[in-house]
Design a protein around this ligand. Structure first.
Ligand code: HEM
Ligand code: HEM
Length: 227
């Protein structure tokens, strides 16, 4: 069987950096105290990661681009109806439900960082924008930060369950693909892989330039250069 490159290096680096960062953010929040200084720094790093992924979703390689995996609701529903069929077609990139979960994960994690910027812990730590708003508003944001962190845990639970379901029921090893970047081409694969195969790889300078610009803007945002 022929194997084909599906996840480019930026997507894989983004994914595993995000997963590791989220783990550390929950650990530091649990420990509290001085560990919260790290919470803040890693949280800022996550802002950069999400911003990078959003830009890469427009200019990245074929399977990284939103337009190649974000599907109309009707397509998602049609796919969901066939989910328990073992012989249903599978996708090289994200399947229609997977595409939806990518958007959900990016949105909730993005929202978490946004609320974090305005949060306070009533003792020594606050987000860089907490002092610009009233204490009542900052407290509201802190509540949302706490509530939304539970939502993140629920989505991660679903994410990992879906991956386990694909491994056990559909015999698709998605984790291996997210590590190596490659998937096997076989007859049941749906989607438009001829267009994808014809596409030129992205130049090396492109992700690096985005990292530079997004990194700079994130730094400016969290150090309040603009406000
Ligand atoms: C995706 C990124 C983030 C995740 C997953 C996350 C997660 C958490 C969690 C689980 C808590 C504990 C909530 C609780 O007490 O129930 C917390 C608290 C906190 N986080 Fe974050 N956080 C993130 C980003 C940030 C950012 C960017 C900041 C900005 C500096 C921030 C500032 C705070 C503060 C000030 C608290 C203490 C709030 C309190 O006392 O309850 N967080 N965070
Ligand atoms: C050990 C834990 C994790 C494993 C094994 C894992 C595995 C995977 C796999 C296999 C995919 C590809 C799914 C597909 O083929 O459609 C994926 C995608 C994704 N995962 Fe995870 N994941 C983990 C943790 C997380 C965490 C903690 C987050 C963030 C909260 C996360 C966010 C995402 C996102 C946003 C994507 C889409 C990737 C992209 O297109 O850029 N994952 N994950």
């Amino acid at each position: 069987m022929k194997s084909i490159s599906v996840w480019d290096i930026p997507v894989r680096l983004f994914h595993w950096s995000l997963a590791t960062s989220i783990l550390f953010l929950f650990v530091t929040a649990q420990i509290g105290g001085n560990a919260m200084e790290w919470h803040k720094k890693i949280g800022f790093f996550v802002i950069g990661l999400i911003a990078f992924r959003v830009v890469w979703g427009f200019v990245g390689s074929y399977h990284a681009r939103f337009k190649n995996f974000v599907r109309a609701p009707a397509t998602v529903i049609a796919y969901a109806k066939k989910l328990f069929k073992k012989d249903g077609s599978h996708y090289l990139g994200h399947n229609p439900m997977g595409g939806l979960s990518v958007l959900a994960l990016l949105a909730v994690v993005g929202f978490q960082t946004l609320t974090g910027l305005f949060s306070n812990d009533d003792i020594m730590l606050e987000g860089p924008y907490a002092s610009l708003v009233s204490k009542a508003f900052s407290d509201q944001m802190t509540k949302l930060h706490q509530l939304n962190s539970d939502l993140i845990l629920v989505l991660i639970g679903l994410h990992l369950s879906a991956i386990a379901f694909y491994a056990v029921f559909k015999k698709e090893q998605l984790v291996e693909a997210m590590l190596t970047g490659k998937k096997e081409l076989d007859a049941s694969i749906g989607g438009d892989f001829e267009t994808e195969m014809a596409e030129k790889p992205r130049p090396y300078w492109l992700p690096w330039s985005i990292v530079g610009v997004v990194g700079g803007l994130t730094y400016a945002l969290v150090t309040r250069v603009f406000f």
